[in-house]
Design a protein around this ligand. Structure first.
Ligand code: GDP
Length: 535
């Protein structure tokens, strides 16, 4: 009795068991928005495709609340959408697509249990896909792959699969197999259910016609597939069965094997099969790690952590919304939870869930769900909310920024306002803000250049405060921790390099990599790190 698969134990609560919390990762333009929209359509959350975002059109939605986002066609802020599909509850957490927001994306991925990787059938694995995939791998997230745009000229199926296996070092198993390419693409064979799915090019929102087939020798196939395509397709499937691994749920759940579906999001083709795959094989809400212990989803007590804070979502309210991933329990509106960092109780009276086009009051939520909690700044990234246990969730990192810049208000009388604005963005995780020991002013650190533009635009719009970013003397930042005596000594002779971050932690700023090595050599009891955990 070797090799018996040991699947994770079923969660007892049917409400929790039916939840699937996931994100979609892709390179810009691969079709993430289109796919998201079809998910919402088939999940009954929107009535008609075209509501989520129409590029180049004036139409806007909640998730496009920032002008810069609409202008550039990028999704700057992550939000979570919930909808039912068959017996499942899907929580789709939106990740920002632009590479400049990788830190935000990373944190978003700490809140999900699985990811869907969308690739363009003509382009294969692109740079951003690769980066995001690496982040998923750090957490061993199970990944479902959707190869999109099969209605256009695309690469050879084996070539696409090979590229994923080579570049991402993950096994790939075909869940479906495309029949024909480009203009001759007629549909796909569902290898997991022995079904033929025929694409309807006339109606983009119509779900494919599904024909039950009993194996590849079924004469029925010839009624639906032209003879020349059928021959090639039969050969390919035979080869695929010989060369590629079969689906194995455990290997998938452990992140070693990704099933791939071939489809066309815009034609609604292959989308339901992908959703079925997420429902049938995708992970239930997974245990979450805290410094004290692991929290399992079906524990009775409610516990959750903040993975994102979004300010000024609604111009009318000037509120902040903290996005909380529930790690365990059954949450009900009005519950009093302990905010672990301040040890104070918080009555959660107006939690929101994001249902596609609108936010709604969440009367209840279960482990795996994402709820938004409006607040006035008490809730920060990494914070825990529990029914009393002092838990500290781990694994939500803060990265050292790669770009540093000075910032100043164009109106010098507004310096205090600027400080307030900067602190808010720091809490939101949109930027690092450092106050140097020497001199006045602030240094802002980000991961990508575009973030400076977004910040400048938001400070101007939300605080009516025009600002200018200026070159700074520094290019690197490292958090410093260690023995107090050495710390004091080091600070004393390096004052010009020292700053405090918005949590009051000590940071070493420099423009020379060599400086960092020097400090580590001269002060062996100190540690300089490029990430710090937010808790
Ligand atoms: P995102 O940047 O990943 O969110 O990509 P979008 O969903 O905005 O899609 C990028 C472009 O590809 C848009 O013009 C879509 O209409 C188009 N597109 C999306 N899915 C398909 C598809 O299945 N076939 C074709 N031909 N185009 C598609």
């Amino acid at each position: 009795m070797t090799n018996m698969p040991t699947l994770p134990p079923e969660i007892a609560s049917p409400e929790i068991r039916r939840r699937r919390t996931f994100a979609i990762i892709s390179h810009p333009d691969a079709g993430k928005t289109t796919l998201t929209e079809k998910f919402l359509l088939f999940g009954g959350a929107i009535q008609m495709a075209g509501q989520v975002r129409a590029k180049g059109e004036a139409r806007r939605t909640r998730s496009d609340f920032m002008k810069i986002e609409a202008d550039r066609g990028i999704s700057v802020s992550a939000s979570a959408m919930s909808f039912d599909y068959r017996q499942y509850r899907f929580n789709l957490v939106d990740t920002p697509g632009h590479s400049d927001f990788s830190e935000d994306t990373y944190r978003t991925l700490t809140a999900v249990d699985a990811a869907i990787m969308v690739i363009d059938g003509a382009k294969g694995v692109e740079s951003q896909t690769q980066k995001l995939f690496e982040v998923c791998r750090l957490r061993d997230l199970p990944i479902l792959t959707f190869c999109n745009k099969m209605d256009r000229e695309s690469r050879d199926t084996f070539e696409i699969i090979d590229e994923i296996q080579e570049n991402l070092a993950i096994d790939v198993t075909p869940a479906s197999w495309p029949i024909g390419v480009g203009r001759d693409f007629i549909g796909a064979y569902d290898l997991l259910h022995d079904r033929l799915e025929i694409m309807d090019r006339a109606d983009r929102n119509k779900v494919a016609e599904s024909i039950k087939i009993s194996g590849l020798d079924d004469p029925n196939l010839a009624d639906h597939v032209p003879a020349d395509l059928l021959q090639k397709f039969r050969e390919e499937i035979e080869m695929a069965r010989e060369l590629l691994p079969a689906f194995n749920r455990q290997a998938f759940l452990e992140g070693h094997l990704t099933p791939i579906w071939f489809g066309s999001a815009i034609n609604s083709f292959g989308v339901k099969e992908l959703m079925d795959g997420m429902g049938e094989y995708g992970p239930q809400p997974q245990p979450q790690k805290a410094a004290e212990r692991q929290i399992s989803a079906d524990e009775k007590a409610v516990a959750g952590f903040v993975f994102k804070v979004q300010a000024n979502m609604d111009a009318k309210h000037r509120d902040r919304v903290a996005f909380v991933r529930l790690a365990s329990g059954h949450f009900e509106r009005g519950m009093k939870l302990i905010h672990v960092r301040s040890k104070k109780p918080m009555a959660i009276t107006n939690p929101v869930m994001f249902l596609a086009a609108d936010r709604e009051l969440a009367e209840e939520a279960w482990a795996g769900d994402i709820i938004g909690i409006p607040n006035h700044g008490q809730l920060r990234i990494g914070d825990a909310l529990t029914e009393g246990e002092m838990l500290h969730f781990t694994g939500i990192p803060s990265f050292a920024p790669e770009l540093l810049s000075g910032v100043r208000a164009l109106d010098p009388m507004k310096a205090k306002h600027l400080e307030k604005a900067l602190m808010q963005f720091a809490e939101e995780g949109a930027a690092k803000v450092f106050k140097p020991m020497i001199g006045s002013g602030f240094i802002v650190g980000v991961v990508g250049q575009l973030q400076f533009e977004v910040l400048a635009s938001r400070i101007e719009q939300e605080y009516s405060l025009p600002v200018r970013f200026e070159p700074s003397n520094f290019t690197s930042a490292r958090w410093v921790a260690g023995a107090k005596d050495e710390m004091d000594k080091m600070i004393n002779v390096n004052k010009g390099h020292i700053a405090l971050d918005n949590d009051g932690d000590t940071v070493f700023l420099t423009r020379l990599k060599w400086d960092i090595d020097r400090i580590e050599r001269d002060y062996p009891k100190l540690k300089l790190t490029a990430t710090k955990e937010m808790m």
